[in-house]
Ligand binder design. Structure first.
Ligand code: HEC
Ligand code: HEC
Length: 454
């Protein structure tokens, strides 16, 4: 009984995940196909309407949300060459200079579900463009077959600047990082790096693309990482109202509440100590690891104060249901292991429950918050800091009760909301135009073939 209930939930979760992603996939397809000259596009109409196999080609979608999702390809390299206001120059490794063909290739890989074991999961399934390049529906991520992942999917906006990746800092370059989600059993579940390389080599729509981007080199452990890293380095979201006011000296770019909120952020609230700023730009993270008590809370199962009795799940774009947490718990996989944060990398007991400071840029778009998606709203995060986090023997000395007034909390929230980059719509529109690995082209998964061919 228990087993079947769990299976059921997995399928449920997988369907949920794939519904919103599929909508994105279909929406994107048409934009891409138009540009392929050798493809008969007569049966494609608007977004979401590939009409192959339909009885009639006259069918038109009535989905307004799909029609709004028309992709527009952008020249992303210019963001990285000339970062939007508020961001420093982008660090680009000497061994992987940024080029348009690498970015295009990385973008194609990022949205390609065929890189997962069963053709269901792309990077973009968890880092969803229209959801702040994270996933607004899940506290912690869910991978292939509904398998639970320990942490919340972080946003990939401005990930180019992070010196250490993952919330415990265990990876040091975007080039290397890609293999972890691809080969993790509970994420994309590719059985090995070689399996991915072999699969890409056999997918005809990649023919020549690696060779063009990498001076003749085909898909391999380096070039796949370099292409994905190149795309991610261009995902820069800044030039926010706050940037225009603070760095651009535009007095009216934000209202008085934001200005007062910045006062709280940099004064009484002491947020700026960890969410740091420089003279001419700001990442709002010191990229260091701190214990706010949240990890401790979960480790010791003291997490009694559920923030809500239900979890909001998106079934299709714009269609939500509230599912009771009791029900979800009853059919969920076993509890995940404790998340000890930086300790997992150093095995130093003093590093337990320390997590990397998150950037505050674009936080309006990236709920739920913190490494475990504990908080649904920014107000809950502010109240958490106001209480002084969760006391524990290793709590950072920089976290203590703040005694903020109601007005100060509202102003602080207004400040956080002013950090959304004006470049976001361009990045999302570009993402909607990305090519999607077309599953109908052929089955490139050698494991499905009767004879393995080698
Ligand atoms: C199943 C969901 C899922 C998929 C699929 C996925 N990610 Fe992630 N990603 C996560 C989660 C969760 C984390 C945080 C994990 C941690 O800190 O341990 C993360 C972290 C990252 C980070 C580090 C960000 C930071 O702030 O340190 C990068 C970069 C990243 N992912 C890129 C990718 C790329 C590229 C792909 C595709 C090859 C991908 N992800 C596929 C869920 C996913
Ligand atoms: C001691 C350093 C420190 C101080 C001080 C601090 N933060 Fe944080 N902040 C962090 C760390 C570390 C995280 C990541 C915690 C986690 O993932 O569990 C974080 C995460 C956040 C997040 C969630 C971001 C996301 O995308 O999930 C928000 C919002 C935030 N802080 C706002 C604030 C505000 C507002 C203040 C001031 C009232 C503040 N922080 C003070 C270290 C700090």
């Amino acid at each position: 009984m228990r087993r079947s209930a769990r299976m059921h939930f997995r399928t449920f979760a997988a369907v949920l995940v794939s519904t919103s992603f599929c909508a994105a996939v279909f929406a994107q397809t048409s934009g891409e196909l138009d540009t392929q000259k050798d493809f008969d596009a007569s049966h494609t109409q608007g977004p979401g309407d590939v009409k192959e196999g339909y009885e009639s080609k006259d069918y038109q979608t009535r989905s307004r949300s799909l029609l709004k999702r028309r992709g527009v390809k952008k020249d992303l390299i210019r963001f990285a060459q000339n970062p939007p206001l508020g961001l420093p120059p982008v660090p680009i490794p000497a061994e992987n200079p940024l080029t348009r063909s690498k970015i295009d290739l990385g973008r194609k890989l990022f949205f390609d579900r065929r890189l997962s074991i069963n053709d269901t999961f792309a990077c973009a399934t968890c880092h969803i463009p229209e959801q702040g390049l994270t996933n607004n529906e899940m506290r912690t991520a869910v991978g292939v077959e509904g398998r639970s992942v320990l942490r919340n999917s972080p946003t990939l906006y401005n990930v180019a600047y992070l010196a250490r990746l993952f919330l415990d800092g265990r990876e040091i370059s975007l080039e290397n990082q890609v293999w972890q989600p691809m080969t993790s059993h509970n994420e994309m579940a590719a059985p090995s790096i070689g399996w991915v390389i072999n699969k890409i080599r056999r997918m005809r729509d990649y023919d020549g693309l690696f060779e063009k981007a990498f001076d003749g080199a085909g898909p391999n452990i380096l070039t796949i990482g370099q292409a994905l890293a190149s795309y991610q380095r261009t995902l820069l979201a800044a030039d926010s109202p706050f940037d225009r006011w603070y760095f651009g000296n535009q007095t009216n770019a934000v209202d008085e509440s934001v200005k007062r909120g910045f006062g709280v952020f940099s004064g009484k609230g002491q947020c700026i100590v960890c969410h740091t700023m420089q003279k001419e730009h700001a990442l709002f993270t010191d990229q260091k690891f701190h214990n706010t008590g949240l990890g401790f809370l979960v480790s010791f199962n003291k997490d009694s104060e559920e923030t809500s009795k239900t979890t909001r799940v998106q079934l299709a774009p714009g269609v939500f249901v509230d599912v009771s947490n009791e029900k979800i718990k009853a059919v969920s996989q076993q509890k995940l292991p404790n998340d000890l944060g930086l300790y997992r990398v150093t095995e130093n007991p003093n590093d337990r429950w320390r997590f990397r400071t998150q950037s505050l840029r674009n936080v309006a778009l990236t709920a739920p918050y913190m490494h475990n998606g504990k908080f649904d709203t920014l107000r809950e995060v502010i109240d958490f800091y106001d209480r002084g986090g969760i006391p524990n023997e290793l709590l950072s000395p920089l976290i203590f009760p703040l005694n903020l007034s109601e007005q100060e909390k509202q102003d602080l929230e207004a400040f956080l909301l002013s950090l959304t980059g004006t470049t976001v719509p361009e990045i999302v529109a570009d993402a909607f135009a990305a090519p999607i690995g077309d599953l109908s082209l052929e089955d490139p998964n050698w494991a499905h073939e009767e004879t393995l061919g080698y």
